[in-house]
Design a protein around this ligand. Structure first.
Ligand code: GTB
Length: 214
């Protein structure tokens, strides 16, 4: 049985932006049942969790005697072991992996900077000057991404772990309005969100983070 960890209570209140959603989504796409162990911020920094993730973060992944951390590695493992997220053709698999890394190493860094600039450093005297610079750095990445996607449904053939990761990263932009500047990408994200596997993953995290009243 697979067990992942997630926030006991996500700071996003159920928007699905914490990284366990990416792992849940991968498990749903590959139809793998899984358990979730919820951890508090305090428990994340205690030895039991640090043994799974030395940085004291979620998500982690346990399957038999295998324990993994880092969402990219976890999703790649799931995609490699179970059918549904990577093509059979070796070259196409490698290209899908390129898109995973592009999402995490090329697109996500400036998006994380935006979070830092707005939330963590929003009260600094230079915050207002910095924000437009960070937004432009994001646009500089979205322009070529949008051009490459063009009329395609997914980045390279069938939906893959590359799309899962790219969409997960782009979702963090929605609140900023930047995604709406790129209708091609906004439609791509909406297509992915409509996938039943994403819907199940989103609902599962929502049930924990924003349970229905009463
Ligand atoms: N590189 C690691 C990975 O990809 O697995 C990064 C993991 C990570 O950042 N985990 C975060 C965490 O455990 C949760 S997802 N943070 C607690 C800590 O470091 O003490 C990041 C996240 C947090 C909150 C929101 N949000 O509220 O919208 C979104 C994303």
């Amino acid at each position: 049985m697979i067990t992942i960890t997630a926030f006991e209570k996500s700071p996003d209140g159920g928007k699905g932006l914490a990284r366990d959603t990416r792992v849940r989504w991968a498990l749903e796409e590959t139809r793998q049942p899984y358990d979730v162990r919820l951890v508090s911020f305090k428990a994340m920094k205690e030895p039991a969790h640090l043994a799974l993730n030395p940085f004291g973060q979620i998500p982690t992944y346990e399957e038999g005697d295998l324990a993994l951390f880092e969402t990219g590695a976890i999703v790649l493992h799931i995609a490699g072991r179970y059918a549904g997220l990577l093509p059979r053709d070796a070259n196409a698999r490698a290209r899908a992996t390129s898109w995973m890394f592009a999402a995490l190493n090329t697109i996500e860094p400036p998006i994380l900077e935006l979070f830092t600039a707005r939330v963590l450093e929003g009260d600094k005297p230079w915050a207002a000057d910095r924000l437009p610079l960070v937004k432009d750095r994001i646009r500089n990445r979205l322009v070529p991404l949008s051009a490459r996607l063009g009329e395609r449904e997914w980045l390279d053939g069938a939906f893959s772990a590359g799309d899962l990761m790219m969409v997960s990263v782009l979702l963090r932009l929605r609140a900023s309005g930047l995604l709406d500047e790129f209708p091609t990408l906004a439609a791509y994200v909406a297509r992915a969100e409509a996938r039943p596997a994403y819907q199940r993953a989103f609902a599962a995290q929502l049930a924990i983070n924003a349970p229905p009243a009463g």
